[in-house]
Design a protein around this ligand. Sequence first.
Ligand code: GUN
Length: 295
Amino acid sequence: MTGQKLDGILVANTVKDRIRISVEELGKEGIEPCLATILIGEDPASTSYVTSKQKDCADVGIHTKDHRLPQNFSQAELGELIELLNRDKTVHGILVQLPLPKQLDEFEVISKISPVKDVDGLTPFNSGLLASERALLKPCTPSGIMEILDFYKINVAGRHAVIINRSNLVGKPLYHLMLEKDATVTTCHSKTPDLKSFCLDADILVSAVGNRDKFTLTADMVKEDAVVIDVGTSRIAGRVSGDVDYPNVIEKASYVTPVPGGVGPMTRAMLLKNTITAASTSKEIVAHGRESTSP
Ligand code: GUN
């Protein structure tokens, strides 16, 4: 039997509807949520992602500050800009688009972002909280995946989730989110021997390789009725494609996310959600600050 498409655009639109209401409510309290984006260099894919994120914000009423800086921007200059945005009370979220040019140390850069404005959920502070199931701001792609599973009432408890990716952006945080929901989780990567045997054992299979020339997740690698989440994006002859051989895999799986239209829109929606969370938290930080400094 043919599986069902997991429609990321549909789910993202329901999230965006809720966000519009939150923006209105925050407005009544005098808070105008604002996201600052930082893009270093002119990589076409990163430029297009940041432009889309700006458009998404405008679409739901979130303000933006757009910082586009030259490829040779230094670590010190970037540090100063982040410090400035950390102190700017009109900015609630800070996003540094990754990957960064070679001269910049990603860990050092991310670590400079104030954890309360860390809408990517990537600072050491927030990734520590995530591992302890206490994070408010969680990385956008993994939380988008959990949101889409939740929307379609796909239970992960007691099921074997196999994640092909070990990055800080996707694989590691998703491991924690799946574990928190009681899945049995396996992380696979480029040095995993016999990847196919892990894939065939997966009830929930998340593929985030993103190199379609070298890797395709084919139907013979998928267990009957598995849930397949495609996080890969490769540009082939100007077209975006995922890791998964969608037309054949959907004949075997119970659910599959398409590319485009699956995880991508959810990642973008979760950035909006995190910006609202950060803006709401800023209100509590101000209130708490007043309380603790009052005589
Ligand atoms: N590059 C690819 N995905 C992401 C993301 O979710 N956040 C940031 N900051 N950079 C990215």
